[in-house]
Write a protein that binds this ligand. Structure first.
Ligand code: 5AD
Ligand code: SF4
Ligand code: FES
Length: 347
């Protein structure tokens, strides 16, 4: 049997591959379909057929950082900036509950307007709605993470973006890789469900580096891993970069599923930007989560991380119906639980 088929079988049976083996799988495309099918089987076996929906609130596109790949970077003066007031955010969460979401994700740039007092108020009010709350607001101090947790936040997303320290520090000027890892470790220690992930196709990123990313996800015992292609943005220094491709992103995701069978894996919006059926293909290649946008009006368009972002002209209610229909059409069901990695709600 061909070596790569053997590797897929080994991953499916042992959930363990070393770096060389992951590189080998990433390098050769002969058995991609077998890889995707194996990841789909493991997903069915470990996390079932239910798809967890998370309503995404993009509450501020103001960011003090300058990540070279991102349209929200502080130096980009071509984007109209906005921030929602605490009560507006809470109102969007209420509407998300009405649409049937059991989790909302609060995402923003690193915007210092949201002081600890403001965040605590928002978190406490949203938690009164009896839903799970995920934060995705960047690097903060241990004390802040602790206070958010005590206020009721359940999960935190912070992608490592790349585990290659040099590449990370080139891509994210002024940021330190150690600091990023500090955040992930502290969040874990505080009892959050921790989500991370990476970009695929950054300039200079190698398959070896992508293999390191997958190994890193396993090492930190992440509860959720989001993987998306890097999509060059006209308004950034990386506008002429090649960008990531859909299949490589899907492969990184599928291998992650094989090696981390019981975690939550979203079918990312960036995947659908590169392939018009990208999220459903991802759901059939290892993913079990979708994060539809519940932000309203022109803010959807202004949260411009990368060009071609899907759903910017649609309403939250349209997206909710759209995604439910698509999930049913592939023979899966929308989950009615909060979708914790470990069934905390059952304890
Ligand atoms: N292409 C794809 N994803 C991007 N992100 C930021 N900029 C881009 C881009 N140009 C991702 C980062 C970040 C997440 C919120 O959006 O990985 O963690
Ligand atoms: Fe800011 Fe996040 Fe964009 Fe970096 S990726 S510029 S931290 S919004
Ligand atoms: Fe937004 Fe389909 S999920 S239009």
């Amino acid at each position: 049997m061909d070596r790569n088929l053997e590797l897929i079988k080994k991953a499916e049976e042992t959930h363990n591959l070393n770096k060389c083996e992951i590189v080998q799988l990433l390098q050769d495309d002969t058995y991609n379909e077998e890889l995707f099918r194996a990841a789909d089987r493991i997903r069915t076996e470990y996390v079932g057929d239910e798809v967890h929906l998370r309503g995404l609130i993009e509450f501020s596109n103001i960011c003090k950082r300058n990540c070279l790949y991102c349209g929200l970077r502080a130096s980009n003066s071509n984007v109209k900036r906005y921030r929602l007031e605490p009560d507006e955010i809470i109102e969007l969460a209420r509407k998300a509950v009405d649409y049937g979401y059991k989790t909302v994700v609060m995402q923003s740039g690193e915007d210092e307007y949201y002081t600890l007092d403001k965040m605590t108020y928002i978190i406490q009010e949203i938690k009164k709605l009896d839903i799970a709350l995920t934060l995705s607001i960047g690097e903060k101090s241990f004390e802040d993470y602790k206070a958010y947790k005590e206020a009721g936040a359940d999960r935190y997303l912070i992608r490592i973006e790349t585990t290659d320290k040099k590449l990370y520090e080139d891509m994210d000027p002024g940021m330190s890789h150690e600091e990023r890892i500090r955040c992930l470790k502290e969040l874990r220690k505080l009892g959050y469900e921790v989500g991370s992930g990476c970009l695929v196709g950054l300039p200079g990123q190698t398959v070896e580096s992508l293999a390191d990313d997958i190994i890193f996800f396993k090492e930190i015992e992440a509860d959720m891993i989001g993987i998306g292609p890097f999509i060059p943005n006209e308004d950034t220094p990386l506008k002429d970069a090649k960008g990531g491709d859909f299949i490589t992103s899907l492969k990184v995701m599928a291998i992650t599923r094989l090696l981390m069978p019981d975690i939550n894996i979203p079918a990312t919006t960036a995947m659908e930007t590169l392939n018009k059926n990208g999220r459903m293909i991802a759901l059939q290649s290892g993913a079990n989560v979708v994060m539809p946008n519940v932000t309203e009006g022109e803010y959807r368009k202004l949260y411009a991380l990368y060009p071609g972002k899907i759903c910017t002209g649609d309403t939250p209610s349209h997206c909710r119906n759209c995604i439910t229909g698509k999930i049913k059409a592939i023979g899966r069901a929308v989950s009615t639980s909060k979708g914790f990695r470990r069934q905390i709600e059952a304890l």
